[in-house]
Ligand binder design. Structure first.
Ligand code: PLP
Length: 395
């Protein structure tokens, strides 16, 4: 199987982890030798309720028995998509009542950029240094890492960058700006939280000049930070909120939500301003609704904050300089990228799944399912500490 994986499935990394998966259940992934791996990554923040959560699987099965794809986005009234959009509206502050469902995070970002340009009639989009919003051409244009962009140029014009959490850069936001887009908590950069009322002040500046504020909640959203949407921690309401990853509990999804007035701009000039075949797919919408219902009807969100404290308590070691992030969106920063590499790679042998962050080489990603138990947290942290002790001893 591994041979065929390397030969026929396109690779984007020379050294993929290449774990051969048999099945996954709860907080564990099992390889084809039936070895269990405790999952501290959750498919990179996607498996909100762990693996094969019965309520999610049942919702998918029930919908599969009724119908799968019947029509392109937005033409027919399909209950799963309508219920999902209504649920999102009911749990977001006014005026965020209208949701467009797509197939991935990056596609939702593309839609949000188009909507901001269409609504404001302006073209400039301002993003943050070290941000990650996806890898299609529009989302890639928002990134400021030239070595990652250069081979794919020309990209979107009229993109500029500000530094996250640095308010003097607000001066770059002007009446030419269609939108400012930031992650609510910067992910790839190292799980950096907004400080000093940054997001509320950013929104005020956007309002002053008639620009829209887009918050990328693709990673912090869906309960991971103790609130259903990460921005609810920071006293701000964006003009457009973008979600994805954990929204459908492990199936491919993206969504962007705005006011009905703004979203209606997609209906004309031109008509069908944004089109997708599979966006709002009933199977995926059913899975998303089941995920959201479980997250909001349980105490998983408040537990996320308690579990954060457990991680902080059990991840104390001289080789860990800091734990960044909030709730179950955490990054253990080590003293050296080489230490991080050793821990991530060796953890797999010890039956623990860890991963890196895109742009912070010292970070160990800790984004487990929200359903992880306290015992599992303590067990996984123990494996990390043992590995760090071995690294200390060998030096
Ligand atoms: C903050 C953020 N935005 C956008 C994306 C892109 O989402 P997708 O990979 O579903 O296209 C990601 C994915 O890692 C992300 O973390």
């Amino acid at each position: 199987m591994k041979d065929r994986f390397f030969k026929h499935q396109a690779q984007t990394s020379p050294y993929p982890l290449a774990l051969e998966i048999s099945h996954a259940k709860g907080s564990y992934i099992y390889d084809t030798c039936n070895k269990a791996y405790l999952d501290f990554v959750a498919g990179v923040s996607a498996c909100t309720l762990g693996h094969s959560h019965p309520k999610v699987v049942n919702a998918i099965k029930q919908q599969a028995d009724k119908y799968l794809h019947v029509m392109v986005y937005g033409e027919y009234v399909q209950k799963p998509a309508v219920d999902l959009c209504k649920f999102i509206a009911d749990h977001l502050p006014e005026p965020l009542t209208s949701t467009y469902l797509v197939n991935s995070g990056t596609e939702a970002i593309e839609g949000a950029i188009k909507l901001a340009r269409r609504v404001t009639g302006r073209s400039q989009i301002i993003a943050a240094h070290n941000a990650y919003h996806g890898n299609t051409l529009g989302s890639l244009s928002l990134m400021d890492f030239e070595e990652r962009k250069a081979p794919f140029r020309p990209l979107l014009p009229d993109i500029s960058h500000i530094t996250f959490n640095y308010q003097p850069h607000f001066k770059h936001i002007t009446t030419k700006t269609a939108a400012v887009i930031v992650e609510t908590i910067q992910g790839g950069a190292g799980f950096i939280e907004p400080i000093n009322d940054y997001l509320a002040k950013l929104k005020a500046k956007c309002q002053d000049v008639g620009a829209l504020l887009i918050l990328d909640e693709i990673q912090p959203g869906i309960g991971r930070t103790g609130q259903l949407f990460g921005f609810q921690n920071y006293n701000v309401v964006p003009d457009i909120v973008v979600t994805g990853k954990g929204l459908a509990g492990g199936l491919p999804i993206g969504a962007f939500t705005a006011s009905k007035t703004h979203m209606d701009a997609f209906q004309e000039g031109p008509k069908l301003s944004h089109i997708t075949t599979f966006g709002g797919n009933p199977l995926i919408a059913a899975s998303a609704l089941a995920t959201l219902q479980e997250v909001t009807n349980s105490d998983l969100m408040s537990q996320a904050l308690e579990k954060e404290q457990l991680f902080r308590q059990h991840l104390q070691h001289p080789l860990i300089t800091e734990i960044r992030g909030r709730g179950l969106m955490l990054a253990a920063i080590t003293t050296d990228a080489k230490v991080t590499d050793q821990v991530v790679l060796q953890a797999q042998n010890q039956g623990l799944i860890l991963f890196w962050l895109l742009f912070e080489p010292k970070a160990i990603r800790i984004t487990p399912p929200l359903t992880i138990s306290n015992e599992e947290i303590i067990k996984g942290c123990g494996i990390i500490i043992d590995l760090l002790n071995k690294i200390t001893d060998s030096n």
